[in-house]
Design a binder for this molecule. Structure first.
Ligand code: 5AD
Ligand code: SF4
Length: 440
């Protein structure tokens, strides 16, 4: 038997790419590949790219350039580009960087085994189609390997919202939901392999409307189906759009014990003028009212957000409206970005904000968000929370896990195993994590 071929995957960007990279590794596992952590050892290198912000394509080209020496030493080395830059750039990648053997868009990963065979035979292969079939269904021939206690599960892909700054509707395509039975089978399989917590993924996850036995299911209905799986202890989902936050989902946050009290609900900006130009179809006020309804259903829920500062034509007054909204909502965690132009999106054509002003706003926003994050984390001290242990800590006898609210929690003198869920009393709050003790 020949030695296994080695696969090196470098993943950029969002959790969906992390999930996709796992599926690609499994698909190529069927072709005799094992994963390696070093590009130098690899027989195949895949860059799973992200196109959401900054000079994504340029970064990919410079990363690819670094493999020149490796390819010269190892002519059989195959190099592939996957993900959203692959989708956006297509053939251009092979034109600009002849080292590349394979370009595969996010909707075509199930075709990787055939593509790999063609690349091995010396062909240049490109697939950036949006095929009809469910790529994950076709990617199923995975080994029944044991898994860690947490996993991602993609339930929905693509987006029809067309926010004026965003490439996702172009790179991931139109919104498509996977049928519920496939998701439930995959969840059951994950639980049999040791998973205790599943995070449902989608670019617009709360727009989920996958086929069920009696018509389409909402995300809340899917969560209630998952709730029935014995051994599955925790359910999360990300990322949601305010306009798709339906009543049954809000209600589930109050009534479904397995659904964790954490919600990532990006608002992007606090000025109605900017929100309109962003094509967000919600206002600051409607977002705040929505948060109030969610908190009425689940008072302790931790709210997380995304923000863009320096969107075209944003004035200091508009920015202040974002700061006011943040003050009002009080975020437990947040991601904030300086607007960056994505060619082909409507906002790219609008008058841009002075970069120095945008930098300054970003700093002020991040200072406020960091303070809030710390306050929310500190407010956990003295409380009892659930913790799912994920790994051993740095000190003997110490275990580390995540609380219901997704804070990292360290527990000393801990006799629990990875994958155990325990009640923990939080005793102190550090720079980036909490410390707690087991409650017997
Ligand atoms: N510039 C800056 N941030 C962006 N995001 C998406 N597109 C852009 C862009 N062009 C941010 C949004 C989104 C998150 C995933 O990335 O805040 O919610
Ligand atoms: Fe992009 Fe999210 Fe807007 Fe869709 S809803 S266009 S993914 S920012």
């Amino acid at each position: 038997m020949s030695a296994p071929k080695k696969l090196f995957i470098k993943t950029y960007g969002c959790q969906m790419n992390v999930y996709d990279s796992e599926r690609m590794a499994e698909a190529l596992g069927g072709e005799g590949y094992v994963e390696t952590k070093s590009a130098e050892d690899a027989d195949m290198i895949l860059l799973n790219t992200c196109h959401i912000r900054e000079k994504a394509a340029e970064k990919v080209y410079s990363e690819l350039g670094r493999f020149k020496g490796l390819k010269a030493e190892k002519p059989d080395l195959k190099i592939g580009v996957a993900g959203c830059v692959a989708q956006a750039e297509g053939e251009e990648i092979m034109r600009r960087q002849p080292l590349v053997d394979l370009v595969v868009g996010p909707q075509s990963y199930h075709r990787l085994p055939e593509m790999e065979a063609k690349a091995r035979a010396g062909e240049k292969v490109l697939d950036t189609d949006f095929p009809e079939e469910d790529k994950f269904e076709k990617l199923k021939n995975r080994p029944k390997a044991k898994r860690g206690p947490t996993a991602f599960l993609t339930v929905q892909e693509g987006c029809d919202k067309f926010c004026a700054f965003c490439v996702v509707p172009y790179t991931r395509g139109a919104e498509v939901s996977r049928p519920a039975d496939r998701i439930l089978r995959e969840a059951q399989d994950l639980v049999e392999r040791g998973v205790r917590e599943i995070t449902l993924l989608g670019q617009n996850v709360n727009a989920y409307h996958g086929a069920g036995p009696n018509g389409d299911l909402t995300l809340a209905q899917l969560i209630w189906e998952l709730d029935k799986i014995d051994g599955l202890e925790r359910i999360r989902f990300t990322t949601s759009h305010p306009n798709d936050m339906q009543d049954d989902l809000i209600e589930a946050h109050g009534t479904c014990a397995k659904l964790m009290p954490y919600l990532h609900l990006p608002v992007q900006a606090g000025s109605d003028k900017i929100l309109k130009r962003m094509n967000r179809s919600h206002t600051a006020e409607s977002y705040i009212r929505l948060i109030e309804r969610i908190r009425a259903a689940r008072p302790d829920i931790l709210i997380s957000g995304d923000f863009i500062v320096g969107f075209p034509e944003e004035t200091e007054e508009d920015f202040q409206a974002t700061m006011d909204l943040v003050e009002e909502v009080k975020y437990g965690t947040a991601y904030s970005f300086k607007y960056s132009t994505r060619p082909g999106t409507p906002a790219a054509e609008r008058p841009q904000v002075d970069p120095a002003a945008a930098d300054d706003r970003l700093q002020r926003l991040q200072a406020l968000l960091t303070r809030q994050q710390r306050e929310v984390q500190d407010s956990m001290v003295g409380r009892e929370v659930g913790v799912l242990f994920e790994k051993a800590g740095r000190f003997p006898g110490q275990m580390v896990g995540k609380s219901d609210y997704l804070h990292a929690v360290h527990v000393a003198d801990c006799d629990r195993q990875i994958g155990d869920l325990a009640r923990v009393r939080i005793v102190s709050s550090g720079a980036n994590s909490l410390a707690g003790e087991l409650i017997d």
